[in-house]
Design a protein around this ligand. Structure first.
Ligand code: PMP
Length: 416
């Protein structure tokens, strides 16, 4: 029984895994994200983590949620504990269209909504439907590490498009699409995070929204609009979603993870009919149906609880934390640059010339502070002079202390 299993394709270097030769080629593209690799370090109590993007749930009404989950299973257990539709529970899809109205998507048909296990799964379905190995996907420069991981797993060729304080730059988008086309490359879709960008912290201006949808429509490029932070603006309700300009050209991804909580793992895709049909097939193939109990709990939360009041409370909490971070950056790290977020969880910091956030990270952790190196958010190794700082989880005092520690690491680095 102890005999080592040998398979064709085994090589000396991977003798520890007897199944190495059996993996599909694409499995080689699965990688731990730089953020996951940091998890064990940042959970040490002495480290101030400005790394993770975990929502802060300290003010959630846990006792009320527990009671309503109990009532749900007691009174509707036969449905809640059963399989459901692959597209998602109709009642929740109806509620989701009401949530999307806050993003300017008014009158959406619940039949065009597909419920997923977080918007992360919706991203995976989109990738499955559209990406063949070598296909071009456009993404902001930088972009969400979890999306880049999905695209990498599907062997996409991600081309980054420049952004500034007002988000993705339309002229850069147009030039990139045209340049790719002139080289015979077909762009499958633009992946974009218009609101409170992860990691850049910026928001796409209203005038650019119209322009970008027009460019993509004209060039035949589908837009995948990822909007998990949209309701978490500090000063106002969200700007209209790209999908509100052009529903036929956009797959919109939403999530309850940040406006409520990620624990039920419920998100959604809102898509043109034909794409919606394929997303449902992808869902049935991957999971048969999303969790009924999770969907019902969220539908209940949306109809029985002042969920929008909760969103406003979250906004105030995150705004206070963001201000603590920006103040501390101004005080302790004046020779860095950073974006000024109008909502969400992140700011994007540019280090002084010549510093490398990736190689500095072990020294920062020794100095008891953690961040995510900018390289995690690029497909092509760029971003060494950047870092993403999150202000969502630590208290304002911890944030201040974290930035103070970070500043001493950066200052020591300049002396090296
Ligand atoms: N998109 C972005 C931009 C995110 O930041 C995240 C979570 N960090 C997700 C998608 C996935 O979120 P979830 O699966 O929890 O909905």
């Amino acid at each position: 029984m102890s005999e080592t299993i040998r398979r064709p394709g085994d090589t000396e270097g991977n003798r520890l895994d007897p199944w190495f030769g059996s993996y599909a080629a694409r499995a080689r593209n699965l990688r731990a994200s730089e953020i996951r690799a940091l998890f064990s370090v940042v959970s040490r109590p002495e480290v101030v983590s400005l790394a993770g993007g975990m929502p802060n749930l300290k003010d959630l009404p846990i006792a009320e949620l527990a009671e309503s989950a109990k009532q749900l299973i007691l009174h509707h257990g036969a449905v809640a504990m059963q399989y459901g539709s692959g597209q998602g529970w109709e009642v929740l899809r109806e509620r989701i269209t009401e949530v999307m109205a806050y993003d300017g998507i008014v009158g959406a048909d619940p039949d065009d909504v597909v419920v997923t296990t977080g918007s992360q799964q919706a991203l995976d379905y989109v990738a499955e439907l559209f990406i063949d190995p070598g296909d071009v996907v456009l993404a902001e420069s930088p972009s969400y590490v979890g999306a880049l991981g999905v695209f990498r797993a599907r062997q996409a060729d991600v081309v980054h498009v420049d952004m500034d304080q007002d988000g993705l730059i339309p002229e850069a988008l147009e030039a990139t699409i045209r340049g790719l086309k002139s080289r015979g490359r077909r762009v499958k879709f633009l992946y974009t995070i218009p609101n409170f960008h992860n990691p850049a912290g910026v928001t796409l201006s209203e005038s650019r929204r119209a322009l970008i949808t027009r460019i993509c429509l004209r060039e035949g490029v589908l837009i995948v609009e990822d909007n998990p932070y949209g309701l978490l603006g500090f000063h106002s309700d969200p700007l209209p979603a790209l999908a509100s300009y052009c529903p036929e050209g956009v797959v919109y991804l939403g999530s309850f993870s940040k406006m409520f909580a990620p624990g039920f793992r419920i998100g959604w895709a809102y898509a043109p009919h034909a794409i919606r049909d394929k997303l449902v097939l992808a869902s049935e193939s991957a999971i048969l149906s999303p969790s009924m109990v999770g969907q019902m709990a969220i539908a209940q939360y949306l109809s029985e609880y002042d969920w929008y009041g909760q969103v406003k409370q979250f906004r105030g909490m995150y705004q206070e934390r963001c201000e603590a971070m920006l103040d501390a950056l101004g005080e302790y790290m004046p020779d860095c640059r950073w974006t000024i977020p109008d909502g969400g969880f992140y700011t994007w910091v540019t280090l002084p010339e010549g510093l490398d956030a990736k190689s500095m990270l072990p020294r920062a952790v020794r100095g008891q502070v953690a961040y995510v190196s900018g390289t995690a958010f690029y497909y092509d190794g760029r971003g060494t002079d950047h870092m993403r700082l999150s202000f969502c989880y630590p208290t304002p005092e911890e944030i201040r202390e974290g930035v103070r520690r970070l500043a001493s690491v950066v200052n020591a680095e300049k002396e090296l």
